[in-house]
Write a new protein. Structure first.
Length: 334
């Protein structure tokens, strides 16, 4: 099986890493571009490379609507599956460009053997764009429940945070879509410690906005340890798929304060606090509420872990994705 991703990093990469544990399938991956902003020459080389590599594989799995559009002829020629990962292109466009993106989606779904939506909200958006339902399936993103949480005190000592301080954590790319500045300003307004984990084009602005309470940690390879040190999670995205950062935080028993995007609401259910997009006053109030109420944090966190185990479990995701693979391969052979 060949996984075709638009570029390294992001939720698609995490998704493919999860699928590596699938029994019965061996996979490789190829990227259409070395970064999110490639040159036309880099993109052209990546597309040609993907077409060349696909010849030696039984199944093609393409990730994202942009990659799907670029690989459209290949989808129809090979046994293929597409996972959309949030419909980011469709959702950021308007007018004629949005209609063109919707048309491209319909072509992608028609050309591929099956299209996977990682959330029910994404599936609803796809149907609203005029896509045929029978060629699509919902397979929720999933994560593993951590088995050990023994480093909380050690990490807090490293960061100079006392055990009694309530701590929030924000994880993601420091860019406009993730809107880290909203989290920083809300945490400062709420007078609550917030760890900001990640890097990106807004790094300097985030550091300038951070005052006494916010710690900008940059890119870290020990996110699981940082989650152990936190008491709640903050997600301020303006546009989002079913975010792995949110699911992972919930798996560690962290309640979440999230913007009211459909996927965020679908993920947290009754285990967190949902606030209107771009409403920093309400965001600050929600952060302060969780910071001041340890009993509520504990109750919500326990429900969050149960919700991950029941609805967003990695083993379930892998098994359901394998069933999709088995089905499309079997259909091509008959």
């Amino acid at each position: 099986m060949l996984h075709v991703l638009p570029h390294p990093g992001g939720g698609g990469e995490t998704y493919v890493d999860m699928l590596r544990e699938m029994p019965g399938y061996r996979s490789t991956r190829v990227y259409l571009a070395p970064s999110p902003s490639p040159s036309l020459r880099e993109l052209g080389r990546g597309v040609v490379g993907a077409f060349w590599r696909a010849r030696g594989h039984d199944l093609l799995h393409v990730h994202g609507e942009v990659a799907g559009g670029l690989c459209l002829p290949l989808l129809g020629a090979r046994t293929s599956v597409v996972t959309l990962h949030g419909l980011h292109l469709l959702r950021r466009l308007s007018g004629p460009r949005r209609r063109a993106a919707a048309h491209s989606l319909r072509l992608i779904v028609r050309a591929s053997d099956r299209t996977i939506c990682v959330s029910t909200a994404e599936h609803d958006s796809l149907l609203a764009a005029g896509v045929a339902e029978q060629r699509t399936v919902v397979v929720h993103n999933g994560v593993k429940l951590p088995t050990s949480e023994a480093e909380r005190a050690k990490v807090r000592t490293e960061l100079g945070i006392s055990e009694s301080d309530p701590v929030g954590i924000w994880i993601g790319s420091l860019d406009e879509r993730k809107d880290p500045l909203a989290a920083v300003r809300a945490a400062e307004k709420a007078e609550v410690v917030l760890l900001v984990v990640g890097d990106g084009p807004l790094r300097r602005e985030v550091e300038q906005a951070a005052e006494e309470r916010v710690r900008v940690l940059g890119h870290r390879d020990d996110v699981s340890r940082l989650l152990q040190a936190a008491d709640f999670f903050v997600l301020t995205s303006r546009r989002e798929g079913l975010a792995y950062s949110l699911l992972e935080a919930m798996s560690y028993g962290l309640p979440a304060v999230v913007t009211d995007l459909a996927e965020n609401v679908e993920a947290v259910g009754d285990t967190g606090v949902v606030v209107p997009l771009r409403d920093q006053v309400t965001m600050a109030s929600a952060i302060r509420r969780l910071a001041e109420n340890a009993d509520e944090r504990t109750a919500l966190g326990e429900r969050a872990r149960r919700r991950i185990d029941q609805l967003f479990n990695a083993d379930q995701m892998i098994a359901r994705t394998r069933a999709v693979y088995d089905q499309v391969l079997s259909a091509r052979l008959t």
